[in-house]
Design a protein around this ligand. Structure first.
Ligand code: NIG
Length: 412
C-alpha cells in the first residue's frame, strides 16, 4: 500500500473540531484521546488510535512527528486582517496612551488615510517585502489560512495593487490568503468634498475591475460615522454582490448604528467588530446565519469599551469567529492566541468557544468548508502544540504554544 508521508503520534488528544456552533463547544471540538494523524498526498488520511493503522501504512519514507504527549489541532484560520500595508503608526499608539482617541487622531490627519499615503507610495515589491515577516509570524503562531483586506489604496490602481500583492504573497509562502476588497474603508483625502464621486468610483470602476480580474472573494465596508453611512454601505455591497463578491461589514465598532442589521438584511458572510451591536442586531444575525467575527485585540489596543458581547452572540445561536485584525492602526498584532485570551477574559467566551472561534468558526466565516478541522480527506492543516490541552492557549496569555505547523501536509 502507499505509505503515509507524515504521521503525528504520541498525542494527549487530537481536536478534530468536527462539530457545529449550535452544540456546546467542548463537544464540537470532538477530542480524540491519544489519537494519531496520518497524512497522504497533503490530505488527512487517518485519525484514530495508532494501533488501528493498517499494516504497511508507515514506511521508511514516512516522516514521524512525536507530539511528546501534547495536543494537536487544526491550523488556525484568521478571518480578519489588513496585513498588507506600508508605514507604521507607533506615534498614534503613544498619543492614545496620553488620552487621544482613534477618531481625534483620524480627524487630525492620522489614522487610515496616513497608512493610505504610505501604501500608495510603495510598489508591489515593497509591499511584499513588508508583509512577508508578518505572515511568517502568523504561521509561527499556527495560523495556516488568513483573510487579507485591501483598503489602504482607495483608488483604482492602488486597490488593485494591494489585491495583486495578496495574490502573489499567497503563492510565495505557505500561509494561504483569502482576499477581500475594502475600497470603502475611508473616504480618501482628495474626495473629502466629493463623497458621491468616490462612491461612483467604487461602484463603477473599482468593484467591476476587481470582479473582472477575480482578485477578491469578499467585499467589505467600514460602516461608521467617520467612514461610510449604512445607505452607502448598502449600495457598495449590493453592487459587489451582483458581481459575485460576498458581502462583509465592519459593523457597530465605535458606535451602534445598525451595521449588524444591515449585514443580516444583505445575507452577509460576516459582521465584524460588533463592540456596540444591539440586541435586535444579534437576533437578526442569528436568523440570517451571519457569522460574528470578534477582534478583541483592537478593543484593547484602542482603549475603547465595551468589548463585543461574545457570550450573548453565542447564546443567541450566532457562529462566533475570532481574528487578529492585524493592521497598523487598531491592532498591530499577529498574535491570535492573545485574541483567544481576550475573548475569554473580555468577550465572555469559554476556552473551548475561543478555540472553536479561531479554527472551525473562522473557516466557516470564510466559506472554507474543509478548513479549521481535522477530517479524513481534507487538506492537512495541523498544529502540534507544546501544551497538553487547548485551555492553556488563553490561560498562558499571549504566549506562542504552536511547536510544529503543517500546511497541506508540509511542515512549514
Ligand atoms: O478593523 N475599523 C476599521 N479598520 C481597521 C483599522 C484600520 C486602521 O486604523 O488602519 C479595523 O480596526
Amino acid at each position: 500500500m502507499e505509505t503515509l508521508e507524515l504521521l503525528v503520534r504520541n498525542t494527549s488528544e487530537v481536536l478534530t473540531v468536527e462539530g457545529s456552533h449550535t452544540e456546546p463547544a467542548e463537544k464540537a471540538l470532538t477530542p480524540q484521546p491519544n489519537a494519531c494523524v496520518g497524512v497522504r498526498r497533503g490530505k488527512v488520511w487517518y485519525v484514530g488510535p495508532e494501533g488501528a493503522l493498517p499494516p504497511g501504512a508507515v514506511g521508511p519514507s514516512t516522516r514521524v512527528i512525536d507530539a511528546h504527549g501534547q495536543f494537536v489541532g487544526p491550523g488556525f484560520v484568521d478571518p480578519h486582517t489588513h496585513a498588507v500595508f506600508a508605514g507604521e503608526r507607533a506615534a498614534e499608539f503613544d498619543l492614545r496612551t496620553q488620552g487621544a482617541t482613534y477618531l481625534q487622531i483620524a480627524q487630525a490627519g492620522g489614522g487610515i488615510v496616513s497608512t493610505v499615503r504610505a501604501t500608495r507610495f510603495a510598489n508591489e515589491e515593497d509591499l511584499i517585502r513588508l508583509a512577508l515577516p508578518r505572515l511568517q509570524m502568523m504561521l509561527e503562531y499556527g495560523i495556516t489560512t488568513a483573510e487579507v483586506k485591501s483598503g489602504y489604496g482607495l483608488n483604482l490602481q492602488d486597490e488593485l495593487k494591494i489585491l495583486r500583492v495578496v495574490q502573489r504573497l499567497s503563492a510565495l509562502q505557505p500561509l494561504e490568503l483569502i482576499p477581500t476588497l475594502l475600497c470603502a474603508h475611508a473616504v480618501p483625502e482628495e474626495y473629502r468634498e466629493w463623497r458621491e464621486a468616490y462612491m461612483d468610483l467604487c461602484i463603477r470602476e473599482i468593484i467591476p475591475a476587481v470582479a473582472e480580474q477575480g482578485l477578491a472573494r469578499f467585499c467589505d465596508v467600514f460602516a461608521e460615522q467617520s467612514a461610510f453611512t449604512l445607505a452607502e454601505a448598502r449600495r457598495i455591497l449590493v453592487a459587489a454582490q451582483k458581481l459575485g463578491m460576498k458581502p462583509r461589514l465592519h459593523a457597530d465598532q465605535l458606535t451602534s448604528n445598525g451595521g449588524a442589521e444591515l449585514a443580516a438584511e444583505l445575507g452577509a458572510a460576516t459582521a465584524d467588530h460588533l463592540e456596540n451591536v444591539s440586541d435586535a442586531g444579534i437576533r437578526a444575525m442569528a436568523e440570517a446565519g451571519v457569522t460574528a467575527v470578534l477582534v478583541p485585540t483592537s478593543t484593547l489596543f484602542l482603549r475603547v469599551r465595551p468589548y463585543a458581547p461574545g457570550r450573548k452572540l453565542r447564546d443567541a445561536g450566532v457562529n462566533v469567529a475570532l481574528g487578529t485584525n492585524l493592521n497598523p492602526g487598531s491592532a498591530m498584532s499577529e498574535n491570535l492566541p492573545l485574541a483567544m485570551g481576550l475573548a475569554c477574559l473580555e468577550n465572555g467566551l469559554t476556552a473551548a468557544e475561543a478555540y472553536w472561534a479561531a479554527t472551525r468558526g473562522a473557516a466557516l466565516a470564510l466559506g472554507l468548508n474543509t478548513y479549521g478541522r481535522i477530517t479524513v480527506g481534507d487538506p492537512a492543516n495541523i498544529v502540534v502544540f507544546s501544551c497538553s490541552n487547548y485551555r492553556h492557549l488563553p490561560y498562558h496569555l499571549g504566549i506562542n504554544h504552536a511547536r510544529i505547523v503543517i500546511k497541506d501536509g508540509h511542515v512549514v
